[in-house]
Design a protein around this ligand. Structure first.
Ligand code: HEM
Length: 530
């Protein structure tokens, strides 16, 4: 046995489910949340899984090891080739598809437009979209509480927020009952990417075969519904990205007067990026295709993540009416729906606690958890030594303090596990309890130095590839909650909601496990219901 096989096989983990698929179908299953949860409870922060052909794979939630992978030794690891090939195919050469110098250059150009200062600047845009949404819902519940698919409205509003704030483009006036075709294409992408992941190992080879038309022909020949859906969505996204880019460039070239009459008045992320890029010199300047690719990248990054999280918060508030009233009281007292300043909104303690707690752990029953993005991987590009914070018990009885991994070992990042580990968060780690954020967190959290750009959790990842839009997400979620809870009440319906593990976790209603939906009973807030 070589060093890698020895050290990984010495880590405890579940038996392989099948020689060909290892544990992969359990790990990626729509119900995989309970499998992930059991891994944490049974084996702790370091687990050995079986990948395809029963190769050993590491599932890691140890804070020191994750810090090493995402920060300290980040240059030694890459994202899997298949994953990057999918990103390139779907989004073009934007942030999620590039690495190294090219990625650093893009990040440098984009970081300032995601700063707190820029979020302050965008705050009125967030409020204006939330009030449009409020108007649309008000109209529909005028005659009494109604059951409707809250996810549908959250995804329309998330798209409109990133449209106006990110692209200077309005997608939706919230008048019709239907979402526009672009929003539909985006929403169809997440469940369909599951199919593409299954063929992701062949994609890097495909991208080396001949010209683009030949690659498309080969993809066309694969008779898979998900692949056709992805192709359709990519076509719609590509056309829209080019349209938005041309409109922004034309407005900027026409001068300030024209820009002031555009959606977002030129404050949006794309207009700022295009302006900065036009003024950039030499090596700093991004080629046009890299600028255009940020459009689909941003929209995809911003929509399902935020809308699924918001829907989930509303669902949890419907399950816990006492928490809903307490949060509403805070929002009404602060007049938060009326457009309060950024710092005041951000410092509302209970609002912050509810948002943090849901981003830490999205839970429906005590057996499953689904952070918005759970399935991310890394592969060492050379042999590496991975230090552990908590020594693991080897199968042979020895204590393991560091792992020796060979180049090419598959590593799954335990985002949900580190966010819900009882060793770190305490005995009630699995409980959704916003109250925990109102007193100091357990000492184990600060001692372990959990990597993560947000609130000691890995939900938005850490390091050069961490979520660039986490403040955008936070403000968007808080403004929407401030406006909606100040005007409406939310309750459960009789339908059974089930969350599905996927690239971005999504809710469905039993027995359908395909079409994302989250029904809630929404009523207008009156004195009696407040
Ligand atoms: C609750 C909401 C959100 C969650 C949980 C979330 C989570 C994440 C995670 C885990 C990553 C790393 C993905 C990877 O390594 O492949 C990521 C990357 C990214 N996110 Fe978010 N995100 C959210 C909202 C947003 C928003 C609102 C935007 C934009 C306005 C955004 C834009 C991006 C972009 C562009 C990247 C790629 C960054 C890079 O590779 O440099 N995200 N996000």
């Amino acid at each position: 046995q070589n060093g890698n096989a020895h050290s990984l096989w010495n880590i405890p983990g579940p038996r392989s489910d099948s020689f060909w698929l290892g544990n992969i179908s359990q790990f990626l299953s729509k119900d995989g949340g309970s499998f992930h949860s059991k891994l944490l409870q049974r084996y702790g922060l370091v687990v050995r899984l079986h990948s395809l052909f029963s190769r050993p794979m590491l599932y890691i939630s140890d804070p020191k090891a994750l810090h090493s992978i995402l920060m300290k030794e980040v240059e030694a690891y890459k994202e899997p080739d298949g994953f990057m090939a999918i990103n390139m195919l779907v989004f073009g050469p934007g942030l999620v598809s590039t690495t190294g110098m090219q990625h650093r250059r893009q990040r440098k150009m984009l970081n300032p437009v995601f700063s707190v200062n820029h979020m302050r600047y965008l705050l009125p845009t967030f409020y204006s979209v939330a009030h449009k949404l409020r108007g649309a819902i008000s109209q529909r519940v005028r005659d009494g509480p109604q059951d409707f698919d809250i996810l549908h409205w959250m995804s329309r509003s998330a798209l409109e927020v990133v449209g106006q704030g990110g692209l200077g483009h309005s997608f939706d006036s919230f008048e019709s009952d239907e979402q526009d075709p672009y929003g539909e294409a985006m929403k169809a992408l997440t469940p369909a990417l599951r199919g593409l992941i299954m063929i992701s190992p062949i994609l890097p080879f495909l991208s080396r075969i001949g010209p683009a038309w030949l690659q498309r022909r080969i993809l066309d020949a694969i008779p898979h519904h998900d692949i056709r859906t992805v192709k359709h969505s990519v076509g719609v996204m590509f056309d829209k990205a080019n349209e938005v880019y041309s409109a922004r460039v034309a407005a900027l070239n026409a001068g300030d007067e024209t820009v002031m009459h555009q959606v977002g008045e030129g404050k949006d992320i794309m207009s700022t990026l295009i302006r900065t890029n036009q003024n950039a010199s030499g090596q700093e300047k991004l080629p046009e295709d890299e600028v255009i690719s940020q459009i689909s990248t941003l929209v995809f990054g911003a929509t399902d993540t935020s809308s699924n999280t918001l829907s989930h918060i509303l669902e949890l508030l419907a399950i816990h009416p006492d928490i809903q009233s307490k949060l509403r009281d805070e929002l009404l007292t602060a007049r938060a729906a009326e457009g309060i300043p950024y710092d005041q909104l951000n410092q509302l303690p209970y609002l912050d606690a509810v948002v943090r707690e849901t981003l830490r752990r999205q839970v429906i029953d005590y057996d499953c958890w689904y952070p918005p993005i759970t399935l991310l991987y890394r592969v060492p590009e050379r042999d590496v030594i991975l230090p552990l914070y908590k020594p693991a018990h080897g199968v042979d009885g020895t204590m393991i303090t560091e792992l020796h991994l060979n180049k090419g070992t598959e590593i799954a990042l335990g985002i949900g596990s580190i966010n819900t580990s009882e060793e770190l968060w305490g005995e009630d780690a699995l409980v959704w309890d916003p109250q925990r954020w109102l007193s100091p967190l357990p000492k184990a959290i600060s001692e372990a130095r959990i990597p993560g750009v947000y609130a000691n959790m890995l939900t938005f990842l850490e390091g050069p590839k961490a979520c660039i839009g986490y403040k955008f997400a936070e403000v968007g979620i808080k403004v929407t909650l401030a406006v909606l809870l100040s005007h409406f009440t939310f309750a459960l319906t009789e339908e059974k909601i089930v969350w599905n593990l996927a690239v971005i976790s999504y809710p469905t209603v039993e027995p359908d496990r395909v079409n994302p939906r989250l029904p809630l009973r929404v009523g207008e807030l009156t004195e009696g219901t407040a």
